[in-house]
Design a protein. Structure first.
Length: 264
C-alpha cells in the first residue's frame, strides 16, 4: 500500500470487473478515487471496502453514460476538481448478437457508452491536464480494434475509435507531463460477456485472461510510458511491425493523381 498521495483518479464503469480492479489497484498506489457507474448500491459497497482497506478517500458518483446530462456531470467534475490527476475510461458494453440482430436503440446505446462518453471525457481531461502539465488518461480499448472481421464490427469499431482517440492525444501531448494510454484486452473475465448473452469460456476455451492479471499488466505498461499496451500479445514485434507499416503508408495516402493500379 502506498502512503504517497497521487491525487484523485476517476474510474468509469467501476462497479465491477476491470473497473473495480483498477479502482482497488489505484487506491493501493496512493490515489483517492471517484468511482462512476449506474449501480449506486454496488458503488457504495466498493467505496466502503476500498476505503477500509487502503485509508484513501473514495467517492461514488452515480452516472448513466448513455445520458448526456450524466456525461456532462462527470465532465464538469474533471474540469473543476483540481485534485484529479488520472482518468480511467473503462465503461463499455457489447451487443447480444450482431448488427443484424439489434435495433436502433441498442446500437445507439453502445455508441453512447463506448464512443461518445470516453471521447468527451478524454477531451475534457486532456485539456485540464495539459494546462496543469500533469496527469494521465487510460482508455480501455480491445484487441478487436485490429480484427473487426472476427466479431461484430460495431463493438470492434467502437474500440478502434478509442484507440485512435488515444493515439491522437498521445501525439498532441508529446513533450508534456501528461500521458495517454490505450489498454487493449483480449478476452477477459468480466460481466460484459454475461450481459451480451455470451459464455466466454465456451466461446474461447483456454483463452480468457483473469481481470487482475489484465489490470496489473495495464498499469505496468502505464508505468513504462507505453501508449498502446496489449497484455495478451507475447511478441511485441508483431505490433511494432503493424504500427511501422501503418506509419509507412501515411505519406502515400493522399495524392493528386489516382494510383496507377486504378487506371483503366
Amino acid at each position: 500500500m502506498s502512503i504517497e498521495n497521487k491525487g484523485t483518479a476517476i474510474v468509469t464503469g467501476a462497479s465491477s470487473g476491470i473497473g473495480q480492479v483498477y479502482a482497488e489497484r489505484l487506491a493501493a498506489r496512493g490515489y483517492d478515487l471517484i468511482l462512476v457507474a449506474r449501480r449506486l448500491d454496488r458503488l457504495e459497497a466498493l467505496v466502503t471496502s476500498i476505503g477500509e482497506k487502503t485509508g484513501r478517500k473514495v467517492e461514488a458518483l452515480k452516472a448513466d453514460l448513455t445520458q448526456k446530462a450524466d456525461v456532462a456531470l462527470v465532465e464538469k467534475r474533471l474540469k473543476e476538481d483540481a485534485s484529479i490527476t488520472l482518468l480511467v475510461n473503462n465503461a463499455g458494453i457489447s451487443l447480444e448478437g450482431s448488427i443484424l440482430d439489434n435495433d436502433t436503440a441498442a446500437i445507439e446505446q453502445l455508441i453512447a457508452i463506448n464512443i461518445t462518453a470516453p471521447t468527451v471525457l478524454s477531451a475534457a481531461a486532456a485539456k485540464v491536464f495539459k494546462a496543469r502539465d500533469k496527469g494521465g488518461i487510460i482508455n480501455i480499448a480491445s484487441v478487436l480494434a485490429f480484427v473487426p472481421d472476427l466479431f461484430d464490427g460495431i463493438y470492434s469499431g467502437s474500440k478502434a475509435h478509442v484507440l485512435n482517440v488515444t493515439l491522437g492525444l498521445a501525439a498532441q501531448l508529446k513533450g508534456t507531463n501528461v500521458h495517454a494510454q490505450a489498454v487493449l484486452p483480449g478476452a477477459t473475465r468480466s460481466e460484459i460477456w454475461e450481459k451480451s448473452g455470451k459464455d466466454v469460456d465456451a466461446l474461447l476455451p483456454g483463452m480468457v485472461m483473469e481481470t487482475a492479471d489484465l489490470v496489473d499488466a495495464g498499469l505496468l505498461g502505464f508505468d513504462r510510458g507505453e501508449v498502446v499496451t496489449i497484455p495478451p500479445l507475447a511478441d511485441e514485434g508483431q505490433y511494432l511491425a503493424y504500427d511501422a507499416a501503418r506509419l509507412a503508408m501515411g505519406p502515400n495516402l493522399s495524392r493528386k493523381d489516382v494510383a496507377p493500379r486504378y487506371r483503366v
